[in-house]
Design a protein around this ligand. Structure first.
Ligand SMILES: *Cc1c(COP(=O)(O)O)cnc(C)c1O
Length: 377
């Protein structure tokens, strides 16, 4: 049987940067500086230059980035945060962790991003923040609701954990995911499109006061060492991770473009095979530069197709099999099945196919052949 095709192959990625990586890691070992330190400061500077117009603060994970962001906005008990039910768990758990209440708004069936046209209807006198996710690497079009939210005192915290480097062009201006709202959050979990060799995360903000506060919150709320202005977290980015991420950031544009090439090839292969009546490929909104952190299609008989592909040696994944409003731990919120029909339907129809910069045309042919075989084409 032919070799298994994984959803992501980090071994191939490592082979491309091995020399640079070993040198960067060696430098940290020689310095014996492991927590924060020069590499973290340099990585933060490089992210600021790459993203434009923001201060960057490294932290221990994407989940912590979200929690720290909400802490910096003083969000807690009695406050509501509007977000999407179709995302990774951390998007909503960061809200309940702080005692606040997630208020879900259904997603757009084409892009799987929160339906920004419905967000304003969900705002109440308790709404403190709006937490959109740029799901699978494509930005949600936030411009339509930003001003109205601002007027009502609602902060925007972007969960850009899957979208480092994605952008949206508006009136000739390029806006990177994470730099549009008050605060942006990123994850460097190893499988993310900018992934470290362990956990890591980052928060960015245009607001210097928020950035200053975040720098304290990540070190137990300390201004000067051992002098605590408030109670924060222990959430730092490690020097080793920063050194790894500095190497990867230098290649990110190239790798994101390669992901887009892979996506383009899938589309062409689906068309060639006459599969577009069965497989709905991702939709890229006008003005968006999708970086395809995941390549997620909608298909009939999803579970059977996944089993079939597995038997053919092709790994695929379901993001996400259960909407956040239906998770057991959130039952106290009082949501029920049917509340967010689009999100619920997506959890039954979406399938993430292999996508990574090094995925070859031959592998993609095999994947599309197998899908064709399943649907009798
Ligand atoms: C990965 C992810 C997170 C959490 O990041 P960690 O670094 O794993 O804590 C949050 N939100 C979304 C949408 C994610 O994909």
């Amino acid at each position: 049987m032919a070799a298994k095709i994984p959803t992501l192959d980090l071994v191939r990625n490592y082979a491309r940067v091995k020399d640079e990586m070993l040198e960067a890691i060696h430098g940290v070992l020689e310095s014996q500086h492991f927590i924060l330190g020069p590499d973290v400061a340099l990585f933060e500077k490089e992210c600021e230059n790459y993203l434009g117009g923001v201060s960057a603060i490294g932290c221990a994970s994407g989940t912590d980035a979200l929690i720290l962001a909400l802490m910096a906005l003083d969000i807690g008990e009695g406050d509501e945060v509007i977000t999407t039910p179709y995302s990774f768990f951390a998007t909503a758990s960061c809200i309940t962790r702080l005692g606040a209440t997630p208020v879900f708004v259904d997603v757009d069936p084409a892009t799987f991003n929160i339906d920004t046209g419905k967000v304003l209807e969900a705002v109440t006198s308790k709404t403190k923040a709006f937490l959109p996710v740029h799901i699978f690497g494509q930005m949600a079009p936030l411009e339509g609701c930003l001003d109205a939210l601002d007027q009502r005192g609602v902060a925007v915290v972007e969960d850009a954990a899957q979208a480092f480097g994605a952008w949206r062009s508006l009136d000739g201006k390029i806006l990177r995911a994470g730099t549009v709202g008050s605060i942006g959050c990123y994850s460097f979990f190893p499988t993310k499109n900018l992934g470290g060799y362990g956990d890591g995360g980052m928060i960015v903000s245009k607001d210097d006061r928020i950035a200053e506060r975040l720098r304290k919150l990540r070190v137990h709320g300390a201004g000067a060492t051992y002098f605590h202005d408030e109670v924060g977290l222990n959430s730092r980015l490690d020097s080793l991770q920063a050194a790894v991420l500095r190497v990867k950031l230098r290649h990110l544009e190239e790798w994101n473009e390669e992901r887009r090439t892979v996506a383009g090839r899938y589309y062409a292969l689906f068309a060639e095979k006459g599969l577009l009546d069965r497989v709905s490929p991702p939709v890229e909104l006008d003005g968006n530069h999708h970086i395809f952190h995941q390549y997620v299609v909608r298909v009939p008989q999803r579970d059977d197709l996944q089993k079939f592909l597995d038997a053919e040696g092709i790994v695929s994944r379901v993001y996400y099999p259960l909407s956040l409003h239906l998770q057991k731990c959130f039952s106290f919120l009082g949501y029920k099945k049917g509340d967010f029909p689009v999100s619920e339907r997506l959890s039954e129809e979406t399938l993430a196919l292999p996508v990574f910069p090094e995925l070859s045309m031959e592998e993609q042919r095999r994947i599309v052949e197998a899908i064709g075989k399943f649907y009798g084409k």
